[in-house]
Design a protein around this ligand. Sequence first.
Ligand SMILES: Cc1cc2nc3c(=O)[nH]c(=O)nc-3n(C[C@H](O)[C@H](O)[C@H](O)COP(=O)(O)OP(=O)(O)OC[C@H]3O[C@@H](n4cnc5c(N)ncnc54)[C@H](O)[C@@H]3O)c2cc1C
Length: 296
Amino acid sequence: MIAGAFPKIKGRILFDEPLSGHTTFRVGGSCRVWTEPSSEGELLEILRYARTEKKKAFIIGKGSNILFRDKGFGGVLIHLAGAHFKKIKFSGEKVRTGAGAALARVVNMACEKGLSGIEGLVGIPGTVGGAIFMNSSYRGSISDSLEEVKVMDRKTGDMRIIKRKEFIFGYRDTGFLHDYVILEATLKLQKQKKTVLLARKKIFLETKKKEQPIGFFSAGCIFKNPKRAFPAARYIDELRLKGKKIGGAQISEKHANFIVNLKDAKGSDILRLMKLVTRRVKMRFGVKLEPEIKIV
Ligand SMILES: Cc1cc2nc3c(=O)[nH]c(=O)nc-3n(C[C@H](O)[C@H](O)[C@H](O)COP(=O)(O)OP(=O)(O)OC[C@H]3O[C@@H](n4cnc5c(N)ncnc54)[C@H](O)[C@@H]3O)c2cc1C
């Protein structure tokens, strides 16, 4: 590798970039190459480059559901930061939005325009692409309103539209999207009074702030809620693990399924806490917790 051989792109390219500034957990080593394509053509060039160099390519949105390990990431990170990927266009009851747009921006704009369907996603940090890939939900899921997604095949670079009838969304499960980079999405919303939507949004956000440690460095819920059982937080709570610390990481005192980075936590502190929780929950309740966050 590297600098000379790298495709010439207008967007930023950074080498050995520390990842703590690119995730809401504020932890992680460095990545070998950080890229910000400004167009689909540039994205394709970067994907090709990673394949030729046999480097792993990983898409990162706002990094609000990712834990990067302390040893860092030896591949190519791709962040759809260019203006092209952040376009938001409303027409009638639909909105077409780039995958790199901030989810909060789309939610706020929809409410201001008197369009309902995604106000329940208020307070979820991250991009539209990240929300779709994670099938994010709070009071409703993003997939409820999703009409179609425009994607690029990671291997061939072919672009195509995936329509609603082809979607196979599960709980935090979007296996049908794993071979693709999400480029753009169309959401179908419904007319509603702006005052109603703003009031709903306010209540949802207030509830979220009461339930979750908003304002702390975290990556949202750490574990998926097990199928046909109690929410993950309940098991952790019953084991009285709230407040448990390892290094700079702590199981949130407010919400047992959040781990917060109190100060200078290492990725390894968080991983050790996760291991401890998984082991104790399995031992006591016979329930296997699976991580919701992506560990890279
Ligand atoms: C305080 C806090 C509260 C949260 N509350 C909630 C909540 O209520 N509900 C909820 O569901 N989540 C919640 N989360 C988790 C997180 O915010 C969501 O999962 C969010 O949608 C992730 O978006 P992101 O852009 O940060 O994705 P990232 O964390 O950057 O990436 C997540 C995954 O999506 C993939 N990805 C991102 N963009 C693309 C793309 N364009 N194409 C293909 N793959 C892509 C990445 O490769 C990665 O696998 C919370 C997180 C925090 C920190």
